[in-house]
Design a protein around this ligand. Structure first.
Ligand code: NAG
Ligand code: NAG
Ligand code: ZN
Length: 442
């Protein structure tokens, strides 16, 4: 009896979870000029639309529309001449399906044996705790390759741990460092697979030894742990961190969306053009915080960059989705090495295109402010500004067939990890060769 009751309670908890998204919809949309782009941004503030993906040269954008704003949004989009098409009628139903798939996958238990040398199979998205345990296990079982480092704590006090992967314990300063992080935006679950796949291919099943003989790696699988836990437990579409101690004017609240008045967009919080193209409204999805590096999570990234900036040659901030390789600056101002950033961006994009699923679009390479929209305080911009020559934001593939797009199609996690790593390897090998040439000249 007790067991039956427990199961029942669990099930009802799961189904009650996405109540807030009952009746919400997704619209796919296209913009034809900058005025339309600005108009969609305006609607984001006015109606509480949530832009998941911005339309670009190769594909349309996607927006989440609150239930009681659907008609108004449709009306206004039509008036502005913006083409759109509802794709998901009830987002909650999609989320329930995702939960059922995830619950079934979780029953395939992974080894909890601390001595296991196995990788986590990429057949599901793991919880924050599971990834933490995995990292502890790797550091213990591969002591000659892996060091677990505590980079600091999140706002809610979770440790932000990351891996240093090196065949020389980070002692050989003639090697370049590749630094990558995932899940800065917590709802972008596919990016976890990119980090786990890379860790597997560098540590557990390393079939290309040059990658660790010639290069040191820093991998932060969960750059925003509080947001990530919140996206599992409460709000699947949570993007920001969970800072909840900033005062705001009640006029800022979009009616019905008071839950959004928490958190800082970590990808707008870095000390580079801070606050020039981001929101000063606490309730906005791109709220930049109260000061540059006001957030403990971005301070972790800053410390890693400061500690290793002489050797970090490639920085990759992994987001989803859209099939983009984007480079600084978000303000649309090109840095002096823009041509090389573009060239190496094409290497990365082409390497992914070569193995991607045929129904997905090719990657688009470009300056983020020019290709998409202007934004400031981004992680890639900051990395470049402190001297990392090759700094990118990857927007991973938008897998067709998963209607809500952030929703994870488990069958494609492995593919997502695999194709992304093809791009990462292309970039890593370029910077390795380039770094050697520069050293030789010195
Ligand atoms: C190890 O990596 C190789 C090459 O990527 C792959 O073909 C093979 O399936 C992997 N083995 C395991 C056990 O994952
Ligand atoms: C994608 O790139 C490949 C290789 O460059 C090219 O042959 C193909 O036409 C491209 N596809 C699209 C839809 O642009
Ligand atoms: Zn993102």
């Amino acid at each position: 009896m007790f067991r039956v009751l427990t199961v029942f309670l669990l099930v009802s908890v799961v189904y009650a979870k996405h109540e807030i998204y009952e009746g919400w919809s997704n619209y796919e949309f296209e913009v034809e000029n900058e005025a339309q782009t600005k108009y969609v941004f305006m609607l984001e503030d006015q109606l509480g639309l949530d832009i998941w993906s911005h339309p670009g040269p190769s594909h349309s954008g996607m927006v989440l529309v609150p239930k009681d704003k659907k008609e108004e949004a449709a009306h206004k989009l039509r008036l502005a001449g913006i083409k759109f098409r509802p794709t998901v009628d009830n987002v909650k139903e999609q989320l329930d399906i995702e939960d059922r798939i995830m619950a079934a996958a979780s029953r395939r238990t992974v080894s909890s044996d601390i001595t296991s040398k196995a990788a986590l199979p990429l057949d599901r998205v793991y919880t924050w705790e599971e990834v933490e345990d995995y990292m502890v296990r790797l550091a213990r079982n591969y002591p000659d390759k892996v060091t677990l480092v505590n980079g600091g704590s999140s706002f809610e006090g979770r440790p932000i741990n990351y891996l240093r992967i090196s065949s020389t314990n980070f002692q050989d300063t003639s090697k370049p460092v590749v630094f990558m992080q995932s899940l800065l935006h917590s709802r972008e679950w596919l990016t976890q697979a990119a980090a786990l796949y890379a860790i597997d291919k560098l540590v557990v099943n390393n079939t290309e030894s040059d990658l660790i003989n010639d290069i040191d790696w820093i991998i932060v699988p969960t750059a925003n742990p509080d947001g990530f836990v919140y996206s599992h437990e409460t709000d699947r579409w949570w993007r920001k961190n969970r800072r909840d101690d900033i005062e705001f004017d009640s006029e800022e609240i979009i009616p019905g969306l008071e839950d959004w008045c928490v958190g800082v967009d970590l990808n707008r919080n870095h000390d580079v053009d801070w606050a020039s193209f981001s929101s000063n409204k606490v309730c906005a999805g791109d709220f930049h915080g109260t000061a540059p590096f006001s957030e403990p999570e971005t301070s972790v990234t800053k410390r890693i960059l400061d500690e290793h900036k002489d050797r970090i040659e490639l920085f990759l901030d992994i987001h989803s989705y859209g099939s983009y390789v984007l480079y600084p600056y978000g303000t649309a101002i090109l840095p002096p090495n823009a041509l090389m950033l573009h060239r190496v961006g094409i290497l990365i994009g082409n390497a992914i295109d070569a193995v991607k699923l045929p129904e997905n679009p090719n990657y688009t390479v470009g300056n983020s402010g020019l290709v998409l929209y202007r934004a400031s305080g981004g992680t890639d911009d900051y990395a470049l500004s402190v001297g990392v020559p090759y700094a990118y934001t990857l927007e991973l593939t938008q897998f067709r067939g998963s209607n809500t797009r952030f929703s994870v199609n488990l069958a494609l996690l492995e593919q997502g990890g695999y194709e992304t790593f093809e791009g990462i390897k292309a970039g890593a090998r370029f910077v390795r060769d380039n770094y050697r040439m520069r050293k030789d000249r010195q």
